[in-house]
Every structure is written in structure tokens, then in C-alpha cells.
Write a protein that binds this ligand. Structure first.
Ligand code: CA
Length: 230
């Protein structure tokens, strides 16, 4: 499901946009300031982000720059909302890394059309995640290790994709169930262990299993920094 994050401090606008997006079958998250937005983006990758120019903590422009610094959101489409319609503002918004710009009051129909267009464009890109000698192509659904195409089952692929887009962070089995299997699925936490084991087996053949680290009493972490290995 396509996931969209909306960062806007005015609750009425935020709720209105969220509702419209949900009705258009998008999955949404809401943030009322930059700090919240950056935190949410660490837990869940967004396919598109809508950012209001005037936020209570740092400006939307600064937030875009921070988001663009993160590898997995370098190419995520961003739409900037603003109350100001000056050409100069539009230019600085686009300069900061926004892909599109809309003036308030926002027309929902126009917003949905622009979202569609941006997603069509971005999903045409090949989304490739690279960590050490692992290369995962989300678009083609393939994994290469040392340029060799690896045979990997669907669940292990999804699990690895999650880890590679969220490296260096520890996730509990429960969090992994939510993020990888989905929130409405009720599975035993041991399911995670089973698939971790399978994924490790694949990685071990290519000497990459140490990247998938067990953090005793907490969960798992994926990292190319082997000093963290427990
Ligand atoms: Ca605002």
C-alpha cells in the first residue's frame, strides 16, 4: 500500500487532507511538527511526503533538507504546501528539494492529481538499496550479493528490505511483525525467528550473516558495522 506522510500543524487542514487520502486508498501518517515527522520517517518509509512551509519548530524548507540527507528518502516525492504564492517562495521550495508546490487553500482534487502524477514518476525509478556488498532492487524484487543474483523467498525478501531501509536500529519481534507482516496479522513472535534464521542462512553463504545481529532481550538489528555484533 502506498504510504503518505503529511506534516502540517493546522489540525483542520491535516485532518482534511488525511481523510481525502484515506478515501483515495492511501495509507497515511500525520505529524504536526518537524521533529515528529523525522521520528515517524525512521519507523516507516513514506512513498510521498506533504509538508507545510510554516511549521512550529523548524521551517518546512529546513525539514525537506533534513529528509533529503537520509539515503532512503533522497528520491521520495515531496509536495510543499504554502500560504504564500510568491514566485520567489516557489523557487526556494523547489531548490530545497520539493518536487511540487501548492498554494493554500488546497484543492483536494488538485492535490490528489498531483500526488498521482508524482507517484507515477517516482515509481518509474528503480529503487535500489545498497549496504556493503548487498544490493536489493525493490522495483525488480531481486537481491544481488557480490553481483550474484540470489534466490530468496518472498517473506525473507520483505524482511531484508525492511532491515536495509532501516539500518542500525534495533527492532523487537513485535515491531518486525507490525512493519513486515502488517498490523492486522496476528502471528506468534517465533514466526520472526524462523524467517530471521532462513534469511541468515542465505546471507551466511555470502559471508553476510553477521550483519543481521541479535540483540539479546530486545530483538534484531541490521548493520554493516560489525563492531556492534552481539
Ligand atoms: Ca502551518
Amino acid at each position: 500500500m502506498t504510504h503518505i506522510l503529511i506534516v502540517e500543524d493546522e489540525p483542520e487542514i491535516r485532518k482534511m487532507v488525511c481523510l481525502a487520502l484515506k478515501n483515495a486508498s492511501y495509507e497515511t501518517s500525520e505529524a504536526e511538527n518537524s521533529e515528529q515527522a523525522l521520528r515517524l520517517l525512521l519507523d516507516k518509509r513514506s512513498d510521498l511526503i506533504i509538508i507545510d512551509w510554516m511549521l512550529p519548530d523548524i521551517s518546512g524548507i529546513k525539514l525537506i533538507r533534513k529528509i533529503r540527507q537520509r539515503e532512503i528518502h533522497k528520491q521520495t516525492p515531496i509536495i510543499m504546501l504554502t500560504a504564500r504564492s510568491e514566485e520567489e517562495d516557489k523557487v526556494s521550495g523547489l531548490d530545497a528539494g520539493a518536487d511540487d508546490y501548492m498554494t493554500k487553500p488546497v484543492s483536494i482534487r488538485e492535490l490528489l492529481a498531483r500526488i498521482k502524477a508524482l507517484l507515477r514518476r517516482s515509481q518509474g525509478y528503480e529503487n535500489i538499496l545498497t549496504i556493503a556488498h548487498l544490493q536489493l532492487n525493490e522495483t525488480a524484487h531481486t537481491l544481488h550479493i557480490d553481483q550474484q543474483l540470489i534466490n530468496i523467498a518472498y517473506t525473507e525478501f520483505k524482511l531484508l528490505k525492511f532491515f536495509m531501509s532501516h539500518p542500525n536500529r534495533v527492532y523487537s519481534r513485535n515491531q518486525l511483525l507490525d512493519f513486515v507482516w502488517g498490523q492486522n496479522v496476528f502471528l506468534d513472535e517465533r514466526t520472526v525467528d524462523v524467517h530471521i534464521l532462513r534469511l541468515r542462512k542465505i546471507l551466511k553463504t555470502y559471508d553476510a550473516d553477521k550483519m543481521l545481529q541479535t540483540i539479546r532481550g530486545i530483538g534484531y538489528r541490521f548493520s554493516s558495522d560489525l563492531n556492534h555484533y552481539v
